[in-house]
Design a protein around this ligand. Sequence first.
Ligand SMILES: [Zn+2]
Length: 482
Amino acid sequence: MRRFRALPALALATLTLTACPVNPATGERQLMLISEAQEIRMGQEGAQQVEALLGLYDDPELEEYVNQIGLELAATSEKPNLPWSFKIIDDVIVNAFALPGGPIYVTRGILAHFNSEAELAGVLGHEIGHVTARHSAEQISRAQAAQLGIGVGYIFLPEIAAYGDVINVSLGLLFLKFGRDDERQSDDLGFRYLRRSGYDPTEMVDVFDMLGRVSSAAGGSGLPAWLSTHPDPGERRERMQQRLAEVGGAAGGEVGRSRYLQMIDGMIYGENPRNGFFRGSTFLHPDLEFRIDFPAEWTTQNMARQVVAVSPNEDALIQLTLAAEASAAEAADTFLAQSGIQLQRISRAPVNGLPARAAYFAATASDGTALRGLAVFIEYGELVYKILGYTLADRWRTYAGTFQGSLGSFDRLTDSAALSAQPARLAIVRTDRTMTLAQFAERYPSTVEIEELELINGVEADDTIDAGTLVKRVVGGTIPKE
Ligand SMILES: [Zn+2]
């Protein structure tokens, strides 16, 4: 796998070739040390890692729908020939983001909050604007010019290639915060693409209303929410209304409310416990039928391919992933064969009756930091689990017992309530008579509170809903948290 680390050298080589070209989308000159080909490559590599790390929502029909709308919008942009793709991340948080050169993602969390195709198109158009205006590439160029790294501070073993790369590259790209001017520019570009595609641009104002209502605490995952990276929905709403006034007020156009709501009928809503869930600090995975205790008070995060727990002081980390090898012994050998890792002691004792290898090791991180840790490899079902706990070498005594307790708690999941956990889903109902949302909630009960129904439907509890209107309710969902 090609590493991103080669990029700065490449970019510097082109320093003299590309300086400040005029961007066709914005009409402005911008500092650009990255060629379009490099930008596309960064985006494609980032996309693979983002998808592996965060996971896509498995609904081909819905994904095709989102992709078609995105492609139609992108075709009206100044860069119709970029390798555009529009996919759905399986995450509850309200979020959307673009990687350089074309890959764009919306979460199922944000899809649950839209009430029309034009709202979806508005957010996709905005993200397309970030790509056509080359905001990521420009920021990376600025950082390179100033010789700053793009990445987040974390301690990592040299061996955690996949994870380290994702953090350093893709999530680095994700965590790029665009400035106010970039956001305004993307709003304007999104507005342009929305109109060119025949959508009603007033729907973009509804999106800002929705974002204004959704609190940044909308999701439990560590992805940056659209809100936190896109401040001031109120100000942006006003600006959108100005744009609308400039083009003659309510310009009309396609809204696609029914079509959109019918597409998201049945979509998983909220946390999907089949992908694993936490009960306190215990992680339970119904589909893979295992459980493991993480240390209490640690910050935990469940992503598509791994679970991570970080100590309160952020000086120790536990990471659970799947090993690629066929046995615990092979997985341990592969781990220990890496340069920079020295085996101190290995145990062949089973973990809760499951075949296992436990390796105590010392390691040197790429920046020279001395680390110590415990790696446990466990065979269970058809899979080999790899659970890694490590800390700074001089903190080993503090955490050794914690690692042993947590890593040694991996066991079969036998709790029938946990095994049968199911996600809630959106159900779209056509009202048979005029009623308020509160009356709707009584007539068609939901498994969420009325406040949440207000939020996802974009109406207040005492607002009147006409007969024959499509309304969202939330049904089912059993996650045994107690
Ligand atoms: Zn943005």
